[in-house]
Structure formats: C-alpha cells, structure tokens
Unconditional design. Structure first.
Length: 427
C-alpha cells in the first residue's frame, strides 16, 4: 500500500522508521519530512499547512492511508477533507481534535462528563481574569486556549508573575489568536505521566506507559519546552492505575465524544497528574506525543500499520500490541537558546558514528535538513537519541554515549532524563 505521513519532527521520524519496516508498505511518502526521514521515506516539498496541495497530491497518487502527525492540520480539518474524498486517514476529525485545539472546549467537556481535571474559569476579558486571579491567589496556572506549540501554559508561582502572564497572553497577544481566551486553573501537585491510546471511534487500545520531561533545565526547572526527553515504561503506571485511567478518563471521553456526535479516531493522549493515586487530567492531545513516540516505537514489536488502519476503519476491537520488555529512553538534543530564540543552519557532525553504535540506539531527527551535502540544524529540538537497555539507567547511558559523539555549535541536552525511574531502580 501507499502511505503518506504528514509532518517533519522527531515523532514523524519514529513513525516513518517504524512504518517503513512493515511488509504492508510499498511506498512511504512524507510531507515535508526531514533529513532523517529522507532515509526511510520519499520526502515531498509540501508544508503541513498546505492542505489543498496535499489533497491534490493524495488524489493524484491514489494514496491508501494518510497518517497525520502534528496537531496543526488536525485542528485545521485536514482529516475531514481527506475522508470526504474517500481516503483512509489516521487522525481525529476537526471537531474531535478540539480536545487539544481548544483548552476551553476541553475543560467544558471534562466538566460535562465528570472527567477529573483541575477547577477552572475561562476569560475573554483580561480585567476579569486579573480580578479572579487576585481573589484566588498564587500559585495558579494560566493557559492560552488555542494552540501555542506547547508554550501556552504558564504555572505562575506569584501573583506578579500571573499578572504579567495575563498581560503577555491577553493584551500583548504573544501567542496571537490563541490567547483570545484563557483558562485559569488551580495548580495541581504530583507526578506526571503520559497515557497514549489508539482509538477507533469506540474501542480503545492503550499503548505502554511513558513519562516525559517538559522543562529545559535538569531537575525539571526552567521554561517549558515541547519535551526534552521521555522514557517508557513509566514505573508509576501500575496495572491498577492503568485500569483507573481507563475507567475515569479514557472510556468516558471516547463514549462521550461518540455520544456528542464526533467519535474519536486516532491517537488520544492524556497528560495526567497523579497525586497519591488520584488522577487529574492536565491536557489532552489529539496526536502521538513528541518525544514519547520515539521510545514507545523503539519498544513496539508489532507492526504499526495494521493498528493505524484499524483506527481509521473502526476495526480495533481485539487487536493487541507486543512490547519489548526492555525500557527505552529518548534524550532530545536541542539548539542553544531553545525554547527561546535559537540559530538554525548549523552543521551537525558525528551522526554516522552515532548511527553505527548499536542496534539498540536510534537517532531520530526532529529539526534537521540537508544543505549542500551536509545535515544541518533546522529547528529547536534537533535530534532525539533513543536507546533500549536492560534498565532505564542502561538505556540512559547508551543514549548519552551516542549523544556524546554528536556535535554542532550550541548543542544542549539534559543529562538527567529518566531520573525518577532510575531512582526507583536503585535497590
Ligand atoms: P499542558 O500543555 O496543559 O500539558 O501544560 C504543560 C505543563 O504545565 C504540564 O505538563 C504541567 O507540567 C504543567 N501544568 C499544566 N496544568 C497544570 C496544573 N493545573 N497544575 C500544575 N501544573 C500544570
Ligand atoms: N511531549 C508532550 C507532547 O507531545 O505534547
């Protein structure tokens, strides 16, 4: 079959790498892809926003399955348009993707269906938001309702920080239209896990547990990023907790979405806060997590393509996934300055050497491109060095060994990805 993958980040490299191994796949295209994806798929010079050109190309080439990686085209409705053309698509409809695209929709949906999440209020008027914040007090969490590349959430420790955040999001509009509405919610404590599941409109097939590290600094301090690293499994996610997540979150969401007229088909990602066994939903994403996908797919032994097709066709019931029991861990190598301003076009060295190191290590490309016969940086998150190990500590060590031979001007990565899981491994 002919598959088109939309996107060009680390998640998409992992998806392309995994799909390319499927005996079902004759041709794999990726729009736009990156320098790493180019080794396993034919990259097309189409940006993810170019919906009309993508549709034209899908019709011309008679693509059998389109897999949508990032949230942008989902929230823009690309899947609905492709389905209208009769094409099988992995990814939720525009209406269902609002669970990620609009935080107000997500919070109101949770409230309607008793899905546990932090108490909140939404505002369109900055003065009312400020008045509420002053009565509520700090710490408090402020979220731009729309999509803001993972940067629209600020956990404010002081009232002054909260006031400045309202000013930036609602008045200065640093996230543009995404800040027209804000959600102000109470600050939760606990440990976070990422819960990802395949959904076909009705049936739910959970993936292995995983955890990511969002903060730029070691020890989880500093600004939030799209994710600095991730690992799977998550020791915190016991079978009992998994059943609790299914009962309190996943099954009610999927049932309610179908009942409200927009059945969810695709990958449903719940970001959860776990506090002494109590579950609260921090966010939903309408897509695979990045970088969670990189360690998850390194552990997945089953063929991914039939699973994605089953989500598209509503035939997920009874399917299972075989996982490598070994943990996998991904360390993101980012450009200096990220998540603020950073340079691009810097020459990356050591990729070949790192790639030859072991079959337990994969260097997934996130922000890279070919330029004059060299691979150069093209984004904030540049690479996701991902490794399997007998333990999380060994996986981390292997990822570090590979990361050490890779270099460009300003490269930075956290040396402590997985520290909570590693602490739990100590006898
Ligand atoms: P989100 O994009 O909604 O997942 O938020 C990004 C990060 O902000 C989360 O991974 C949490 O670390 C943090 N966060 C979001 N909401 C809350 C909350 N209500 N309480 C504490 N931390 C939060
Ligand atoms: N790693 C967090 C996300 O994909 O949103």
């Amino acid at each position: 079959m002919k598959i088109l993958l939309i996107g060009g980040g680390g998640r998409e490299h992992a998806l392309a790498w995994k799909m390319a191994q499927s005996p079902l796949v004759d041709v794999l295209y990726c729009a736009p892809g990156n320098a790493g994806i180019a080794a396993v798929a034919t990259c097309l010079p189409l940006a993810v926003e170019e919906g009309a050109a993508i549709r034209e190309w899908v019709a011309e080439q008679k693509i059998d399955l389109v897999v949508v990686g990032p949230e942008g085209p989902l929230v823009a409705g690309l899947t609905d348009q492709l389905r209208q053309m009769g094409v099988a698509v992995f990814g939720p409809s525009q209406a269902a993707a609002a669970i990620e695209g609009s935080k107000v929709f997500m919070k109101d949906f949770c409230a309607r269906h008793d899905i546990p999440t932090a108490s909140y209020r939404s505002f369109t008027d900055p003065r009312l938001a400020l008045a509420y914040i002053r009565t509520h007090g700090a710490p408090i969490v402020i979220k731009a309702s729309g999509l803001a590349a993972g940067k629209g959430v600020v956990v404010c420790q002081t009232l002054a920080e909260a006031e400045e955040t309202i000013q930036r999001i609602m008045v200065a509009r640093v996230f543009g239209q995404a800040g027209e509405v804000v959600v102000v919610e109470s600050c939760l404590r606990g440990e976070e896990i990422s819960f990802l599941a395949l959904v076909d409109g009705e049936h739910i097939l959970p993936l292995a547990g995983c955890q990511d590290h969002k903060a730029i600094g070691e020890g989880d301090v500093g600004a939030n990023t799209g994710g600095m690293g991730a690992y799977s499994p998550a020791p915190l996610l016991t079978p009992a907790l998994q059943e609790q997540v299914m009962a309190q979150v996943m099954r009610p969401v999927v049932r309610a979405m179908a009942a409200e007229g927009y059945p969810y088909r695709g990958l449903l990602y719940a970001g959860l806060m776990i506090d002494e066994g109590r579950i609260q939903v921090l966010e939903f994403n309408a897509r695979f997590g990045d970088p969670e996908t990189q360690p998850l797919l390194l552990r997945m032994r089953s063929d991914l393509v039939p699973l994605l097709l089953a989500c598209a066709n509503g035939s997920l019931q009874g399917m299972t996934i075989d996982w490598d029991p070994r943990p996998a861990l991904c360390v993101c190598l980012v450009a200096g300055g990220y998540p603020g301003d950073y340079a691009t076009g810097d020459r990356i060295t050591g990729l070949e050497q790192a790639g030859r190191m072991a079959d337990t290590v994969q260097c997934f490309h996130a922000g890279t491109r070919w330029q004059g016969g060299e691979v150069v940086t093209a984004g904030g998150r540049v690479l996701g060095v991902t490794a399997l190990g007998a333990t999380v500590a060994e996986a981390q060590q292997r990822a570090h060994t590979a990361a050490q031979v890779i270099h460009w001007e300003g490269v930075y990565y956290r040396r402590d990805i997985g520290y909570r899981a590693i602490a739990r491994e100590q006898p």
